[in-house]
Design a binder for this molecule. Structure first.
Ligand code: ADP
Ligand code: MG
Length: 843
């Protein structure tokens, strides 16, 4: 079969693709509007599933998705979550090949390209497209998406666009308001995303997002299967061992899952629906299974999932310091938002969000259509036209799209195939003869270098096509290559790209140090100074300093995703490197392709080390490791439960109860069990475990809160004593009152960070009081000396303490200060934090 030709190069990319977990869609921006291409089944979208019925034959779409249930060894769906994980291979038994998630995604993209070719009169298919990705995708996942596009023949320059931005653009095209805040609510098959968007002067910006990569319509389907259908099958067919974890019933469960989804979709319109399906009876035959599902029963099962999504929306609002009332509209995206029960819940001001719902756009194609709108703003890089001898060519610079109608800047440079042209004798005129009324720009003379600058006006209803006319001194028109260009009017365009995941490094103590923060406008760069913890001697070749580059929001380094690594080894050094040497780590992030550059520079050696960003390096952990980590997690939950009870921490107790209520551990146990036979499940379990660990970190913080509160109040009474001792004045008392008021104002809702901050302030206040007595160096020395057992080197600590004691005896304050400094350096970071209370303002 001969490959269809690529579309003859258009000026702009024009095609937009929603490469979804469950469904994918492709749309194009043409002069008369946005068109969505239908798939083989005549739908506007194509199920993201791949089936290989025999070697060399690949089928994508509905047939493949159906087979994923009944022929699980030869058909796969839902691989998008594992993008970027090289080990997440899917084995096609009959086809005899194994494909990575990006190869599978490439098959989906190829199918979408073919759908375009099938409907194009010349059989052309797109040469490039804007492809959407979830806002929560990591660098690895974005990179894998670009690779999938290249594999599918879309070139290696496909721009990526965040799904919520794409959706908001599609909605925004019809919105006339000058400035607005919207919230995108995207509930798909497997993932949930919420994004707060702001629109100002026609620019659309994603300002905050929250989501859950394991929340989607398929969980509702499985709840129907496990809670309603499977018990009925056990009863009606007399199959006592009919459980999802029993591999013998894999096919039946696949069939039931499909029936459950169809029934769920039917219940968006009807109040009740009948399921009837032939199930294998385990004795070589089949038996009909029948069940009547009502909308009420479905909604009861779906409610916990909906509630979770609502909570995440509230989190996103809180993080962006906005209230529900500040959001003008809630834009519904994703197939699962078609459910009337969900819409009713969202509209409810108490249980839902109470934001005006907007479901005017088809939720399953809105992302692809938004991507097409953006695709029209991106010019295909084209080779500058070359002038033949005796003729001319022009290179133009102008926007592809504009939110303004008039005064749009266009500049250009005219070149000639001949040398020594006197450009000042030439002029250009820009025209658009098709517009109503036609546009005729002023005659603009060229500079001695052949350069011009002018402005044009565009029409609002269509793409405006301009021609550049080059004339000589006598007014004779000259032949000019590359003389046409077009500009479209847009009501809304995407604003700056922002970083959606924090980037930083993992430090030697296991903590994450953020360098480029989530929300930063791109491109962006930053440099920060660190010190090495170990010496590197060139005669110890096995020593290494590792600087992991991480992406994520967790304080613990290992809970974030590793996107790269810088290694400094003795063999790469010119001379030995002592411990405590300075290292400058620099991160740079480009806007266009989210490419990250990271380096470590060592001034002492004047040497620079580059990071290896090996994005497909992510490996799914093995089954045993997952089981061990699950075991640890379970123990930790138990331990936190005990501590929460001991400390009477109501908040921690509530968080743990929530954990219990959502059946989190049970769900995870199921997933880890499945990981034994399914790489997809292994990757999901790995991420889920990391998520839960981070959640437990929060619980741990909540448990610490009562202790932090006690410490703060004790410190405040300490300050009161000190004021009495030193005979402080009214302003000291006033300051103390202020601090107490602030402590009371924190109340029960205080976070650990709030409390730590205020404790630090109170500590600084106390040090300030003590410093007036000339005594505080001594106080600090006593505090530091009492922490001797926690110092990193006891030998050095003892020596410093001895010197300090002598200095105290001699009344030598300066020498005491020196000893204090030495001791402070010997403290591990967490203990240094405690001393900070006594040494505030010293650094
Ligand atoms: P994704 O973004 O994951 O590719 P979609 O946005 O296409 O997915 O949504 C797919 C999900 O929407 C599936 O779980 C599907 O069952 C669900 N869905 C589709 N139509 C309806 C409907 N009318 N009512 C409820 N859920 C629906
Ligand atoms: Mg989607």
């Amino acid at each position: 079969m001969s490959e269809p030709q690529s579309e003859p190069q258009s000026e702009t990319i024009d095609f937009g693709i929603d490469l979804g977990t469950t469904n994918s869609a492709i749309a194009v921006a043409r002069d008369d509007g946005i068109h969505v291409f239908k798939g083989n089944e005549g739908w506007d979208y194509t199920p993201s599933a791949v089936w290989m019925p025999k070697p060399g034959t690949v089928q994508v779409g509905l047939s493949a998705r159906n087979q994923a249930g009944s022929d699980p060894d030869n058909a796969y769906a839902e691989f998008k979550q594992e993008m970027g994980v090289a080990s997440a291979l899917r084995r096609f038994h009959r086809g005899g090949v194994s494909l990575t998630p990006e190869q599978l995604s490439a098959e989906v993209l190829k199918a979408l390209r073919r759908h375009v070719a099938d409907q194009d009169e010349h059989g052309f298919q797109p040469a490039a497209a804007v492809i959407t990705v979830p806002a929560s995708f990591t660098l690895n996942q974005n990179d894998a998406t670009s690779r999938a596009a290249a594999l599918a023949g879309l070139g290696d320059q496909c721009p990526l666009l965040q799904e919520p931005t794409a959706a908001a653009i599609a909605y925004g095209v019809r919105d006339a308001s000058e400035s607005a805040h919207w919230m995108v609510f995207d509930l798909g098959g497997g993932t949930f995303d919420a994004a707060v968007m702001s629109k100002r002067d026609g620019e659309l910006q994603l300002i905050q997002h929250a989501g859950d990569p394991y929340l989607g319509g398929k969980l509702i389907d499985w709840a129907v299967v496990e809670d309603l259908l499977a018990p009925a099958v056990r009863r009606d067919l007399g199959l006592a061992d009919f459980h999802r974890s029993n591999r013998d019933w894999r096919k039946n469960f696949g069939l039931l899952k499909k029936e459950a989804e169809n029934a769920k979709i039917a219940l968006s319109r009807a109040a009740s629906t009948d399921i009837s399906v032939d199930l294998h009876n385990g004795r070589g035959g089949t038996q009909v299974f029948e069940y009547t599902l009502t909308r009420g029963a479905l909604e009861d099962l779906a409610l916990p999932f909906y509630t979770r999504a609502v909570r995440l929306c509230r989190d996103a609002l809180a993080e962006s310091s906005l209230r529900q009332g500040d959001i003008d509209r809630l834009l519904l995206v994703g197939g699962a938002t078609l459910a009337p029960g969900l819409r009713a819940l969202l509209a409810d001001p108490v249980d839902g969000l109470g934001i005006r719902l907007d479901h005017s756009q088809d939720p399953t194609t809105v992302v692809a259509r938004g991507a097409a709108v953006v695709a029209r703003t991106i010019r295909v890089p084209r080779k500058p036209a070359k002038a033949a001898p005796g003729s001319f060519a022009v290179e133009l610079t102008c926007p592809a799209q504009s939110v303004d109608r008039t005064g749009i800047p266009v500049s250009g440079r005219v070149t000639s195939g001949s040398k020594g042209v006197d450009w000042t004798r030439y002029a250009v005129t820009l025209t658009d003869t098709d517009s109503e009324p036609p546009f005729h720009g002023p005659r603009t003379e060229l500079s001695p270098e052949g350069v011009f600058y002018t402005e044009v006006t565009i029409a609002t209803d269509t793409r405006s096509r301009f021609t550049v006319r080059l004339t000589d001194a006598s007014g004779t028109r000259q032949r000019l290559a590359g003389d046409t260009f077009s500009i479209s009017y847009a009501e809304v365009v995407p604003g700056d790209t922002v970083l959606t995941g924090t980037l930083g490094i993992g430090k030697a103590d296991g903590t994450f140090d953020p360098l480029l923060r989530k929300g930063a406008a791109l491109p962006s760069g930053v440099t920060k100074h660190y010190r090495t913890t170990i010496p590197l001697h060139r005669d110890e070749p096995d020593a290494v300093i590792r600087i992991p580059l991480l992406e994520g929001e967790r304080r613990r380094a290992d809970l974030n995703t590793r996107v790269g690594l810088i290694e400094i080894r003795p063999r790469d050094l010119r001379i030995d490197l002592p411990a405590q040497s300075e290292v400058e780590v620099t991160f740079e992030m480009r806007a266009s392709n989210r490419e990250v550059l990271a380096t470590a520079y060592i001034p002492l050696l004047d040497q620079q080390f580059e990071a290896t960003i090996n994005r497909s390096e992510l490996v799914a952990p093995g089954h045993r490791e997952l089981r061990d980590r699950l075991g640890e997690l379970e123990e930790r939950v138990q331990d936190l439960q005990d501590r929460a009870d001991e400390e009477y921490s109501e908040r921690a107790q509530a968080q743990l109860a929530d954990f219990e209520e959502q059946n989190t551990l049970a769900q995870l146990r199921r997933e880890v069990d499945a990981a034994g036979v399914d790489t997809g499940a292994a990757v999901t379990s790995d991420r889920r475990i990391r998520d839960l660990e981070a959640q437990l970190d929060d619980v741990e913080q909540a448990i610490e809160i009562p202790g932090l509160q006690r410490g703060l109040w004790e410190l405040l009474s300490g300050c009161e004593d000190t004021i009495a001792q030193i005979g402080g004045g009214p302003s000291d008392r006033q300051q103390l009152r202020n601090l107490r008021d602030r402590a009371s104002a924190l109340g029960d809702g205080a976070t650990a960070a709030d409390l730590r901050r205020l404790t630090k302030r109170a500590g600084q206040f106390q040090v300030e009081l003590l410093s007036r007595t000339d005594q505080w160096e001594y106080v600090l020395f006593e505090a530091l000396a009492s922490m001797r057992d926690r110092m990193t080197s006891r030998v050095r600590a003892d020596a410093a303490i001895l010197r300090g004691r002598r200095a105290v005896a001699a009344g030598n304050r300066e020498a005491v200060a020196t000893a204090n400094n030495e001791l402070r350096q010997l403290l591990p970071p967490e203990a240094a934090d405690a001393v900070e209370r006594l040494t505030g303002g010293l650094d």
